[in-house]
Every structure is written in structure tokens, then in C-alpha cells.
Design a protein around this ligand. Structure first.
Ligand SMILES: Cc1cc2nc3c(=O)[nH]c(=O)nc-3n(C[C@H](O)[C@H](O)[C@H](O)COP(=O)(O)OP(=O)(O)OC[C@H]3O[C@@H](n4cnc5c(N)ncnc54)[C@H](O)[C@@H]3O)c2cc1C
Length: 136
């Protein structure tokens, strides 16, 4: 089917063309998450670098009625980040900053692309670690 060329241009202008993935062999990377039995190749993958850029993508999708799925590391085991064919994936992988560490209350504020291991790295020097439950 293909997304409207104007929308792709709009997203490339807002995010930078290097953060809008449209090549078939690169799109295949996003065809599934940890649930590998279900696969669909999205039309486009956007990698916004800020909340404002996420807003640009979501607003364009809403306006054009393009289905979209948010994706972190794509390690969920229930297919939640499986793309919709004819749709768009918003990968949050670039938003990978640990914003605040408050060890007193054992609270860490992160952007949505931060991995569990990165949280551990941010607090390990103080003798803390962060692990999923119950695999820890
Ligand atoms: C080997 C292995 C072991 C695991 N062990 C455990 C375990 O012991 N305990 C446990 O609880 N889990 C476990 N998990 C699951 C793990 O918790 C998930 O992989 C993780 O939570 C998914 O995070 P993600 O960023 O990869 O999300 P994704 O897989 O990218 O997405 C998960 C869901 O959240 C949505 N989503 C992602 N980012 C956003 C966002 N910013 N805003 C809104 N929606 C969003 C996606 O659309 C999807 O529906 C394990 C996974 C693996 C691969």
C-alpha cells in the first residue's frame, strides 16, 4: 500500500532522514518482538529523539489515520510491539537517558528507551541493581 509520500517527507524533515527507516531490509528488523511467531513488516519506522518528536509522529499518524505501535527494546514476550502491516512503528530506542536517580527512595526516572541493564549500570557503583521480577 505505502504511506503518503508527503507524510514520509514531513517525518524526515522533523526527525532527520536518518531517523526514518523505510528500506525493506531495515524494516525487517522490526517485524516482530520477543513473540517471534507473529510477524508483519511495517511501512515505516520512526526513531524520535525527544518527546516533542514523538508528538510530531503521533499527530501525523492521527491526522492521516495511520496505525502505529510504540516499541522499546522489542523484548516483550506477548507481541505488544508487533507492528501493524500498513502501519508505523515508533521506536523509543534513541531516548535512552537516565534522567534522575534517587537512591534514598529507590526511584529512578528514565526515558522510555532505557534498558534494565542501563538502570543497573547507573546505580551499581552504589551497590544497587535493577532486575526484572522474577527472573532475578
Ligand atoms: C529473556 C527474557 C526474560 C524476561 N524475563 C522477565 C521477567 O522475569 N519478568 C518480567 O516481568 N518480564 C520479563 N521479560 C519481559 C520483559 O519485561 C519485557 O521484555 C520488557 O518489559 C519489554 O520492554 P521493551 O522496552 O522491550 O518493550 P517492547 O517489547 O518494545 O514493548 C512492550 C509493550 O509496551 C509498549 N510500549 C513500549 N514502549 C512504550 C512507550 N514508551 N509508551 C507506550 N507503550 C510502549 C509496546 O507497544 C508493547 O505493547 C523477559 C523478557 C525476555 C526476553
Amino acid at each position: 500500500m505505502g504511506l503518503p509520500a508527503g507524510v514520509i517527507r514531513e517525518l524526515e524533515a522533523a526527525l532527520g532522514p536518518e531517523h526514518v527507516i523505510r528500506e525493506p531490509e531495515q524494516l525487517r528488523v522490526y517485524e516482530c518482538d520477543g513473540l517471534t511467531g507473529y510477524r508483519a513488516i511495517p511501512e515505516l519506522v520512526c526513531l524520535p529523539g525527544s518527546a516533542e518528536e514523538v508528538q510530531v509522529v503521533v499527530r501525523a499518524c492521527a491526522r492521516e489515520e495511520i496505525p502505529w505501535v510504540a516499541r522499546g527494546a522489542g523484548t516483550g514476550l506477548s507481541g505488544g510491539a508487533a507492528p501493524v502491516a500498513d502501519g508505523l512503528v515508533i521506536s523509543l530506542a534513541r531516548m535512552n537517558r537516565v534522567l534522575d536517580v534517587d537512591l534514598g527512595s529507590q526511584r529512578v526516572v528514565v526515558q522510555p528507551g532505557v534498558t534494565n541493564l542501563d538502570v543497573t549500570r547507573a546505580v551499581a557503583a552504589e551497590g544497587f541493581f535493577y532486575a526484572p521480577d522474577p527472573s532475578s
